[in-house]
Design a binder for this molecule. Structure first.
Ligand SMILES: Nc1ncnc2c1ncn2[C@@H]1O[C@H](COP(=O)(O)OP(=O)(O)OP(=O)(O)O)[C@@H](O)[C@H]1O
Ligand SMILES: [Mg+2]
Length: 245
């Protein structure tokens, strides 16, 4: 359902992704770990074509892009429609209520009727546990609640794959659980997800596979128990030792 072949990305002279190959089957949950600067965010941004790789092939749900050829705008939009992204900071519109934040994409991007979108948006907010907060503005919501609105907002576009970039890392510890809970529920419902996170217990419980990235390469991948307990790669071993300290 999602495949990447030999993906390269440069920022100027700095090569940040150095040939990434990855296949993800429908319904699988992939957790990406790795040191700061290893290219995790950049990889997610490539999946959403927020960055344009210099080379490589990306295919999501039969929409294919070859970055060695000239990139067509219509292909970018077609790929983007397949993915929903949740960022580290919530990026909600401060002047819109939770409900309007969730409705924004479907109404302005997908040009759908407000009357049709509204009940779905209420349903999504209810699903993330915010059915009683639909009329609240972001400043009236806690960080965990704002992040759950962010998840509902991404889901409103009906993506095939959800991409999460350290969705809990800017939250107070007591708010982390409620966001992970929503993500666990999505996993259970069969959503395909790629998640950058260092929440090891979550990864052990939910991930089908863990990828360890360093220096723009995927150096190790496998079942979470295996990667966490017996990493084969020396860099992965060092990194996991640091995380466990
Ligand atoms: N827009 C940009 N312009 C230039 N360099 C960038 C840009 N975005 C990222 N980089 C560089 O690319 C490399 C990978 O960055 P990236 O954000 O993907 O790392 P990361 O693994 O997500 O790190 P972290 O764990 O700190 O979030 C870093 O060296 C970073 O400085
Ligand atoms: Mg990052």
């Amino acid at each position: 359902m999602l495949s990447i072949k030999d993906l390269h990305l440069n920022f100027g002279t700095l090569e940040v992704l150095k040939g990434i190959d990855l296949n993800i089957e429908k319904g699988k949950v992939i957790v990406v770990i790795g040191p700061s600067g290893s290219g995790k965010t950049t990889l997610l941004r490539c999946l959403n074509v927020l960055e344009t790789p210099s080379k490589g092939i990306l295919e999501i749900n039969n929409q294919k892009m070859n970055f060695s050829e000239k990139v067509q705008r219509k292909d970018i939009s077609a790929i983007r429609r397949q993915t929903g992204m949740v960022f580290q900071t919530y990026n909600l519109f401060p002047h819109l209520t939770a409900l309007d934040n969730v409705m924004e994409g479907p109404v302005t991007v997908q040009k759908r009727k407000k009357s049709e979108v509204q009940p779905q948006a209420v349903e999504l907010l209810t699903k993330v546990g915010l059915g009683d907060k639909v009329d609240y503005y972001p400043y009236q919501l806690s960080g965990g609640q704002q992040q759950r609105v962010g998840i509902a907002r991404a889901l409103a576009m009906n993506p095939e794959v959800m991409l999460f970039d350290e969705p809990t890392s800017s939250l107070d510890p007591e708010l982390v659980g409620e966001v992970l809970q929503v993500m666990k529920q999505l996993a259970k419902e069969g959503m395909t997800m790629v998640i950058v996170t260092h929440e090891m217990n979550f990864a052990k419980e939910v991930a089908d596979e863990v990828l360890f990235m360093d220096g723009g390469h995927i150096l190790e991948r496998g079942h979470p128990e295996k990667v966490f307990s017996h990493p084969k790669n020396e860099r992965a071993r060092q990194f996991l030792n640091l995380l466990n300290e």
